[in-house]
Design a protein around this ligand. Structure first.
Ligand SMILES: Nc1ncnc2c1ncn2[C@@H]1O[C@H](COP(=O)(O)OP(=O)(O)OP(=O)(O)O)[C@@H](O)[C@H]1O
Ligand SMILES: [Mg+2]
Length: 287
């Protein structure tokens, strides 16, 4: 809507996990390097965790691009509310296994054959599971068993489990200790620092065609960071709404007043947020 007004070629603050807009913060860079290294060196289990909206799915999309460009087959399980039968059916589809996809035994047999064949060609195969914090115990147990498949050179299937911090808590439970012991690499995404938030916003605007960002002055950038606590998804929502507000007011620069309006519309909560007069028990006219 505001693209032409700001001279942009694309929408800078889309909420989709699009690698084309990737900003490589040190944590994101390290996580991606770990994911790629873990798969290439056949580490077996890799766990990626991070708070809601910190970029896990975006990292997995980057990994997916990397695997595709290296002709490494993978299955991507993104719906974690699955029964174990549905799980096997899904990976059979993704790997295009020549078997009856509703038969777990046939899927396992065909999968094992494919993995061995690829391992003999010295090539690897990956299974990526997003939203893994929601997986039921029996599905995680099936995944653990798949992770056991190996030949003398290493694991046949590289498994990436990605999820919110609840995944770490789940894996701490006693019933998951066998799986926990097999995790070779762990990476954690953190919210951005104030400097990273500013670079993140400039990077996304740059990818959308704005070479030098003047839309968000320093005071607004700092306040966006404070109110979103450096969480990329929240930053996107706030910036998108701010640009829309600025466009409506025919201003090419956003202000703290606009940010107040947007924060109220989005019902943002942040530490140290001043209490609204009504919430403090005072009539609004005393504000
Ligand atoms: N490093 C980054 N570079 C560019 N965009 C990012 C980055 N990290 C996150 N984002 C953006 O933030 C938004 C949320 O990212 P994403 O969906 O990957 O988060 P998530 O951790 O998977 O969230 P959830 O826990 O809800 O699944 C997306 O719009 C994504 O493009
Ligand atoms: Mg996600």
């Amino acid at each position: 809507m505001y693209k032409a007004f700001f001279g942009l070629s694309g929408n800078p603050f889309n909420l989709s996990p699009d690698p084309a807009f990737l900003y490589r913060s040190p944590h994101h860079e390290e996580a991606l390097a770990n994911l790629i290294y873990g798969v290439q060196s056949r580490k077996g289990f890799i766990v990626l965790t991070g708070e809601v909206g910190t970029g896990k799915t975006t990292m997995l999309e980057c990994l997916r691009d990397h695997l595709s460009s290296h002709h490494t087959p993978f299955a991507f399980v993104f719906n974690s509310r699955l029964t174990s039968d549905q799980f096997f059916e899904m990976i059979a589809y993704d790997f295009d296994l020549p078997c009856t996809r509703t038969s777990k035994m046939e899927v396992l047999f065909a999968l094992n054959g494919m993995l061995l064949e690829r391992a003999n060609q010295n090539r690897t195969t990956a299974l990526i599971v997003d939203e893994a914090q929601n997986l039921d115990w029996d599905v995680l147990e099936e995944i653990r068993l798949l992770g056991n498949l190996e030949n003398r050179r290493g694991k046949l299937l590289q498994i990436i489990l990605s999820g919110q911090p609840e995944l770490d808590q789940k894996l701490e439970q006693n019933q998951y200790r066998q799986l926990r012991q097999r995790i070779a690499l762990r990476c954690r995404l953190r919210p951005f620092t104030p400097g990273e938030t500013a670079q993140y916003i400039a990077t996304r605007l740059g990818r959308a065609g704005l070479r030098e960002q003047r839309v968000f002055p320093a005071d607004v950038l700092l306040e966006i960071h404070r109110r979103t606590q450096g969480i990329p998804r929240l930053i996107n929502s706030v910036c998108d709404n701010l640009m829309l507000t600025a466009f409506a007011m025919e201003s090419r620069v956003t202000t703290l007043q606009m940010l107040d309006e947007v924060s109220a519309d989005l019902q943002l909560n942040w530490p140290g947020q001043p209490m609204m007069p009504e919430a403090a028990g005072m009539p609004a006219r005393y504000s």
